[in-house]
Each structure stands twice: as structure tokens, then as C-alpha cells.
Ligand binder design. Structure first.
Ligand code: ADP
Ligand code: MG
Length: 322
């Protein structure tokens, strides 16, 4: 596993729009780093550049201090897992996983061992001789992951690997990918537009905006102390307050007696384990409050909302975003 250093990476496909505009990123050895961002912000482009499938216009990438920009894909040892699995339909599970090893001319005995170990890691060893076309989406993604693991990559690249799976399976796979990355001490860069995936799995996560990394930090840092309102809003709901700052719905407390804001209750939405209340706050408009459970409250009644100043988020007006 390698330490990865990306410096001032830029890329434009058409010579005008900079898809990547000076991306700097350091990934420590064994670290699982997430990149989050809306569709079209350049996440896949960055992964493809790291894998050697797309050429950057400028900047540098090094693995363990060695510049790899001029190396072809097969010499980089950066293995990629794609959203659509990208398995070879004419090869069975074993041969799909063995593919990279055969390209590297690995001895046959070793191929057998590494393929079966990788399939065990993703709990697919029973399917070694199955046709990939007969597998479910989740099973195919496990095979794709095994294929990436088999080559013992210096850097594992994951491009929205769970986006095609249904919600329950996504939760399971999230835990498994996290477990495998930890067990194998993988250096990995995982790209997604799903903030829950990033916040729940990442050692550190970065948010991409306008071709740059807007902010990178631990999930707690970027969620609770976002550097700007783009990052704040990308990671979760934010209420604007009369003071100009914002605050997350779960950081507001509802009281009948006292609080910083007076607020009239407009609506209730019940989710079983939690509840969302919509209030009208003079000077702020609609304010959403999220709380566990669902105590009885009266629609139309005046309440107070209170919060801890430490959780105020920078106002949108202070960004160039507007
Ligand atoms: P993301 O993965 O974040 O959705 P991409 O890296 O796929 O974003 O794309 C970033 C931008 O670059 C988009 O505007 C996309 O249309 C454009 N783009 C991606 N690949 C190509 C390509 N091969 N040729 C031209 N434009 C591309
Ligand atoms: Mg993409």
C-alpha cells in the first residue's frame, strides 16, 4: 500500500472548462479517503487520471514519493472498482478475478491462491466457477471488488461502487468494504455523491466544488464545522437564522418556556424513529427541526427554539457561491 500525493492537478476536456482546477490531496498509507461532490464535478475524472486512463493537463501524482504521471495504467498498481461493475461477461468469476494477475504473468499456483483469497474476503468463494451473468448486482460488485483486491493494489479506487445497489444491500456492503480496507490496510480513494456513505465510512472526506477541493477533514470536522455554505449544504440540511448564520436541524431544541428564537409550529413529519417539525421564525422564514422520537406538540402554537452558538455554520452571503 502506498502513500499518495496529488499536487495542482488540472484537467480540461474542451480547453475551456476546467473540470479539475488545481486539486491537491494527500492520502496517507492505509487511509480511506472519500471525495464527495455533485454529479459532473469531476470525481470520475480524478479517479481515471489516478488510474492512468485519462491524462491530466498539469500537476503531479506520486505513490510513495515516486512520480507516476508518465507510467501506463498497468504499471501504476491502481485498481479501480466501477459503479457498473465492468466485469467481462464471457469469463467466469474466477477468470474475472484472475485477469489482472494473468496480465502480470503471475505463476499459476499463486494466481489460484490470490484469487481464492480475494473471493473469500468478499464471501464469493462458492461462486468461483459461476458465470458472472448469473449473479445478482450485489454479487457482481463483490466480484469486481475481489478483482481489484487480487492485484494487491498500491491504491484502490472506488467510483460510486454502491450506487446501483438497493438500500439494504448498500448498508451491508458499506460495512464490508470498510472492514476489508481496514483489515488489508488499503490506501483507498472512494468517490460518491452519497453523503451518508462518505460520513459513515471515511477516515477523511473532501468535498469537491468548481474543480477544487472545497474542504477536507474527518467526517465530524466537515459536517459540524464546514468551511463554507456549499460544503455545509452538500453534507446535510441547514437552516438560515435571523443572525445570518445557519444551523443543522438536529442542533435546534424545542422548548415551551425559553430559547433564542420564537417560532410558530407549522407542520409535523413522522419517520418512526425520528420526527421533523417545520417552524416559521420571524426574520428567518421556515426553520426545520429534527429530533429523535415524536413528542406531542400543537400545530399553530408558538414555541421557542434554542441552540449552541458553537454549531453555527457560515452564512451563504459570505461565500462566492451566491
Ligand atoms: P462526476 O464523476 O463527478 O460526475 P465526471 O468526472 O464524470 O464527473 O465529469 C466532469 C465533467 O467532465 C462533466 O461535465 C462531464 O460531462 C465532462 N466529461 C467527463 N468525461 C468526459 C470526456 N471523456 N470528454 C468530454 N467531457 C467529459
Ligand atoms: Mg462519476
Amino acid at each position: 500500500m502506498a502513500e499518495v500525493l496529488i499536487e495542482k492537478l488540472t484537467k480540461s476536456y474542451d480547453g475551456t472548462v476546467k473540470v479539475l482546477d488545481g486539486v491537491d490531496l494527500h492520502i496517507a498509507q492505509g487511509e480511506l479517503v472519500f471525495l464527495l461532490g455533485p454529479s459532473g464535478c469531476g470525481k470520475s475524472t480524478l479517479l481515471r487520471i489516478l488510474a492512468g486512463l485519462v491524462t491530466a493537463d498539469s500537476g503531479s501524482i506520486s505513490f510513495d514519493g515516486r512520480n507516476i504521471m508518465s507510467l501506463p495504467p498497468e504499471k501504476r498498481r491502481a485498481a479501480m472498482v466501477f459503479q457498473n461493475y465492468a466485469l467481462w461477461p464471457h469469463l467466469n468469476v474466477f477468470e474475472n478475478v484472475a485477469f489482472g494477475l494473468r496480465m502480470e504473468k503471475t505463476p499459476r499456483k499463486e494466481i489460484e491462491k490470490k484469487v481464492m483469497e480475494s473471493l473469500e474476503q468478499v464471501q464469493m468463494e462458492r461462486y468461483a466457477r459461476s458465470a458472472v451473468t448469473q449473479l445478482s448486482g450485489g454479487q457482481q460488485q463483490r466480484v469486481a471488488l475481489a478483482r481489484a483486491l487480487a492485484v494487491e493494489p498500491a491504491l484502490l479506487l472506488l467510483d460510486e461502487p454502491l450506487s446501483n445497489l438497493d438500500a439494504n444491500l448498500r448498508d451491508t456492503m458499506r460495512r464490508e468494504i470498510k472492514r476489508i480496507c481496514t483489515e488489508r490496510k488499503l490506501t483507498a480513494l472512494y468517490v460518491t455523491h452519497d453523503r451518508r456513505e462518505a460520513l459513515s465510512m471515511a477516515d477523511r472526506a473532501g468535498v469537491m466544488h468548481k474543480g477544487k477541493l472545497a474542504q477536507i477533514g474527518t467526517p465530524d470536522e466537515i459536517y459540524n464545522h464546514p468551511a463554507d455554505s456549499f460544503t455545509a449544504r452538500f453534507l446535510g440540511d441547514v437552516n438560515g437564522l435571523p443572525c445570518g448564520g445557519g444551523i443543522r436541524p438536529e442542533r435546534l431544541r424545542i422548548s415551551e418556556e425559553k430559547g433564542k428564537l420564537s417560532a410558530r409550529l407549522l407542520e409535523r413529519a413522522f419517520f418512526g424513529d425520528s420526527c421533523e417539525w417545520l417552524f416559521e421564525v420571524p426574520g428567518a422564514g421556515k426553520v426545520l427541526v429534527r429530533e429523535l422520537g415524536a413528542p406531542a406538540r400543537t400545530i399553530g402554537k408558538e414555541y421557542f427554539l434554542d441552540y449552541d452558538e458553537a454549531f453555527l455554520i457560515p452564512a451563504p452571503e459570505s461565500d462566492d457561491e451566491k
